[in-house]
Write a protein that binds this ligand. Structure first.
Ligand code: GDP
Ligand code: PGA
Ligand code: MN
Length: 604
């Protein structure tokens, strides 16, 4: 290795050869002023948060301990799907749903962007581990970044620093994740509060298991352990090794008889995962504990059941709509401090505020750093504003959350945001039918990704932006997974929709804590205790089958939310056909068969 005169470069706390070589290579290309290996210590947190305060990126909150308010560049507020690339060697391996670029071409383009891009900045090397450190094979990664915001956020979201590096030894496998905000500083040049670049690339190299990200500081684009590693790259590893990397929360449901059930649920971004994961049941005797709010890795255990592990260590939750009524456990979690808030509003007494928190204060500083009053035309907080908070602070965290074995899943929920057609809950007929439900899942787009909001699109398994390979191959992987275990050991699959609306555009279902009624019905179905109606789309409860005691909703609304509307479903069929046609030749025939069977049942 050539000796580069960059302070810190040669003080690496590791002898891992491949890691050292890669760090040198990146430093040579990006020419930072110094290199710092992140250790994850409290001292480091204090040093970096202070640096962020001095830079104007963070404002310390007076009302929450060790917590900070950040406002991003208004052009850097969400994931950028049109700038996200799967760079497989063969375009067919990226499939019909991903943006593809030849890996050599992408690397050539991005190498030129990275050249000198860290000038005037510090290059941080963050060793991290997704999932428990004590796993038989810890899932390691290293993120190189020039953003302090990323380092402190990674500390919340992952197991990182010295404790992760200790797992590297001399030659452990790891996923190299390169990130730059793409904003080099010339000598004497004043930095901005949120450095970013208008040119953005979020690139994945599935064969070599690498991630290259450029130009954005926002969560999903910049915290590369999250969607990039734990979903896009992990889905490829899971396909090759026979497991599933899914966009799912993991919750533990405890019945009044103290029986424990684990449920995983996939909803698209900003469609209710974090809220369901921390739900406070409204029905007496039932309890929920949280294991994860965004990602689940699921492998078969020796007993033939599917076990889920959450790779993350923090919550990156949607702020608006979160309050003491809808999600008291999220509120308790952030109350404990150690939280980074991005693009919410700042109150005059140094606290945070966002839409959905009740009566607005008379004056706020908006996420755009402008004066805001209740008369303002725009919301005070960006609809995709976020809190980034340690899972360990969640008051209902399940004690087994860090168990490398994971937890056995009894039920999988797929859900989306649909104002019509999709009933509150539908139980699938079997695994293949459940896979069909997942594969044809649809949802209205949200502010979590750049682009138009409220447009219905297919979002298979809530994974449309996160499948790291060909979506049709991914469906085949799901079908194959169902063949690898006894049918009675597989989780039962349900399709839910908390967002159906009535004629006045009102939500027909009160949602949030009341969703416990749906969880209860699902578990009672598994136990063979609850009734349901067989319909063309699957098993749907009648009003008598669901516990509605004490529920504040009109009978008409409840009937409407459970309705299987043949007309609406007939209108859905061509959309599913169009979607399946897009999948091409590789679409598993069993899914085509499911569609034909659905059409027949609808016309019978
Ligand atoms: P995630 O991105 O999938 O984790 O979604 P969140 O749980 O953060 O929720 C996204 C948005 O949907 C927030 O504004 C929530 O308040 C809202 N939300 C979540 N669950 C429900 C529900 O059951 N009913 C309704 N109407 N809104 C919900
Ligand atoms: P979520 O994830 O909205 O699914 O919680 C964050 C993101 O979109 O980057
Ligand atoms: Mn979430």
């Amino acid at each position: 290795m050539t000796a580069l005169a960059i302070p810190g470069l040669d003080s690496a706390p590791t002898t891992h050869q491949r890691l050292l070589e890669w760090v040198h290579e990146v430093a040579e290309l990006t020419t930072p002023d110094r290199v710092v290996w992140a250790d994850g210590s409290d001292e480091e947190w204090d040093r970096l948060t202070k640096k962020l305060v001095d830079a104007g990126t963070f404002t310390p909150l007076k009302q929450k301990p060790n917590s900070f308010w950040a406002a991003s560049d208004p052009g850097d507020v969400a994931r950028v799907e049109e700038r996200t690339f799967i760079c497989s060697v063969d375009p067919d391996d990226a499939g019909p749903t991903n943006n593809w670029t030849d890996p050599a071409e992408m690397k050539a383009t991005m190498t030129e962007l990275y050249r000198g891009c860290m000038r005037g900045r510090t290059m941080y090397v963050i060793p991290f581990c997704m999932g428990p450190l004590e796993a038989e094979k810890p899932m390691l990664g290293v993120e190189i970044t020039d953003s302090e915001y990323v380092v402190v956020s990674m500390r919340v979201m992952t197991r990182m620093g010295s404790k992760a590096l200790a797992k590297f030894g001399e030659d452990a496998d790891f996923v190299p994740c390169l990130h730059s905000v793409g904003a080099p500083l010339d000598e004497g040049q004043q930095d901005v509060a949120w450095p970013a670049n208008e040119t953005k690339y979020i690139s994945h190299f599935p064969e070599t298991r690498e991630i290259w990200s450029y130009g954005s500081g926002y969560g999903g684009n910049a915290l590369l352990g999250k969607k990039c590693y734990s979903l896009r790259i992990a889905s490829v590893i899971g396909r090759d090794e026979g497991w599933l990397a899914e966009h799912m929360l993991i919750l533990k449901l405890i019945s009044p008889e103290n029986k424990v059930y684990y449920i995983a649920a996939a909803f698209p971004s900003a469609c209710g995962k974090t809220n369901l994961a921390m739900l406070e049941p409204t029905i007496p005797g039932w309890k929920v504990e949280t294991l994860g709010d965004d990602i689940a890795w699921m492998r078969f255990g020796e007993d033939g059941r599917l076990y889920a592990v959450n790779p993350e260590a923090g919550f990156f939750g949607v702020a608006p709509g979160t309050d003491w009524h809808t999600n008291p456990n999220a509120m308790r979690t952030i109350e404990r401090g150690n939280t980074v808030f991005t693009n919410v509003a700042l109150t005059d007494n140094g606290d945070i505020w966002w839409e959905g928190m009740g009566e607005p204060p008379a004056h706020l500083t908006s996420w755009k750093k402008q004066d805001w009053t209740p008369d303002s035309d725009e919301p005070s907080s960006h609809p995709n504003s976020r809190y980034c908070t340690p899972m360990a602070q969640c008051p209902i965290l399940a004690p087994e959350w860090d168990d490398p074995k994971g937890v056995p899943i009894s039920a999988i929920f797929f859900g989306g945001r649909r104002k019509d057609t999709i009933p509150l809950v539908t139980e699938s007929r079997d695994w293949n039918h459940g896979t069909f439900m997942g594969a044809t899942l649809s949802s209205e787009t949200t502010a979590a990704a750049k682009g138009k909001v409220g447009v219905v699109r297919r979002d298979p398994m809530a994974m449309l932006p996160f499948i790291g390979y060909n979506a049709a191959d991914y469906f085949a992987h799901w079908i194959a997974t169902g063949k690898r275990a006894d049918a009675n050991k597989l989780p039962k699959i349900f399709y839910v929709n908390w967002f159906r609306r009535g004629p006045e555009n009102q939500f027909l279902w009160p949602g949030f804590g009341e969703n416990s009624r749906v969880l209860k019905w699902a578990i009672e179905r598994i136990e063979g205790k609850a009734a349901a109606q067989e319909t063309p789309i699957g098993y749907v409860p009648t009003l008598d089958d669901i516990d509605t005691e004490g529920l504040d909703a009109s009978r008409a609304d409840l009937e409407a939310v459970l309705k299987v509307d043949r007309e609406e479903w007939l209108a859905e069929i061509p959309l599913i056909e169009e979607w399946f046609d897009k999948m091409g030749e590789k679409l598993p025939t069993s899914l085509r068969d499911e569609l034909e069977a659905l059409k027949q049942r609808l016309s019978a």
